[in-house]
Design a binder for this molecule. Structure first.
Ligand code: GUE
Length: 296
């Protein structure tokens, strides 16, 4: 048996088509959503991600505002760039590409972002809203990768209610925040968060109905750790040097496809969904700024 594919590329394309329609409706009201990016330094991976985000924007009719700062930019330089984007009416949402260079206080930077323009959904105010509004749909930006994972699963007709989900990794963008979404009453999953301090990670994984692998450890999850039929989401990305080129490798051994019921490929799974959710946050912020609400 081989796992069915959680096709992030095709699902993201469908979401982008839907967003194009919403962007057109905004244009009729004279509103153009604009995504800003703040990129510090010259990490090739970060450049590739940011480039991809601007290409996505062009596809759905979102304007882009790109701010690139040198690797030796100071805390004050970065915060000044943020203040300009907060004040710029053409920018309806923006992100600060992470990680920031060593020596920069990332949390201080993220807290300067206007929560209404937080396209990543990582501002403390927006994460706090997620904590406070367990029962209802929240009309505020959601963290892109967790939201993308839920949307990917939902659009493949899978229901997580009552399922035991084991999350691997306690990073801010995925591990720490995905449980907030998975345990909302409209999802109703049960969540275990495992990390480097967990005594026997493999034991937890083997009992999981759903695995969210976000540890950033190449091919950590192997066939012996997966219950037959489980839903497996491969979130992690590591760059591996392979001869004279680099390859992207996920947290899940591709052989897991022989055991799992569903598997998100990597690339082509969670990554494109993260980008689609970023666009959705920018469009949502522009709609709210224009007085249009999700329930309208
Ligand atoms: N403020 C901030 N927000 C982020 O959302 C953020 C970040 N910083 N820093 C880095 C991580 C990583 N991340 C990815 C997004 C898309 C793909 C993606 O689309 N990957 C393609 C492959 C792309 C390729 O081939 O290079 C795929 O999975 O098919 C991957 C990784 C967002 N992140």
């Amino acid at each position: 048996m081989t796992a069915q594919t959680l096709d992030g590329k095709a699902t993201a394309a469908a979401i982008k088509d839907e967003l194009t329609v919403r962007v057109r409706a905004l244009a009729e009201r004279g509103v153009t959503p604009g995504l800003g990016t703040v990129l510090v330094g010259d990490d090739p991976g970060s450049h590739a991600y940011v480039g991809g985000k601007h290409r996505d924007c062009a596809q759905v009719g979102i304007a882009s505002i790109r701010v690139d700062l040198p690797g030796d930019a100071t805390q004050a330089d970065i915060e000044a760039a943020i203040e300009r984007l907060n004040a710029d009416p053409a920018c309806t949402g923006y992100i600060v590409q992470l990680p920031l260079p060593r020596g920069i206080d990332t949390n201080a930077v993220l807290e300067k972002i206007d929560p209404a323009k937080d396209a990543d959904g990582l501002h403390p105010t927006n994460l706090g809203r997620l904590v406070l509004r367990v029962a209802e749909a929240v009309d505020s930006p959601l963290p892109c990768t967790p939201a993308g994972i839920l949307e990917l699963v939902r659009r493949h007709g899978l229901d997580l209610a009552g399922k035991d989900v084991v999350v691997l990794g306690r990073g801010t963008t995925v591990g720490r925040s995905i449980g907030l979404l998975l345990t909302r009453k409209d999802v109703n999953a049960t969540v275990t968060l495992t990390h480097t301090g967990t005594r026997d990670v493999a034991r937890h994984l083997r009992e999981a109905d759903v695995i969210v692998a976000a540890a950033g450890v190449p091919r950590f999850v192997t066939t012996d750790m997966v219950k037959p039929g489980a839903i497996v989401l491969d979130v992690g990305v590591s760059r591996i040097v392979d001869g004279d080129r680099t390859r992207l490798v996920g947290d899940v051994d591709p052989a897991v496809a022989e055991v799992a019921g569903w598997l998100s490929p990597n690339p082509g799974g969670v990554g494109p969904m993260t980008r689609a959710m970023l666009l959705a946050n920018v469009v949502g912020a522009a709609e709210r700024a224009a007085g249009i609400h999700a329930s309208d």
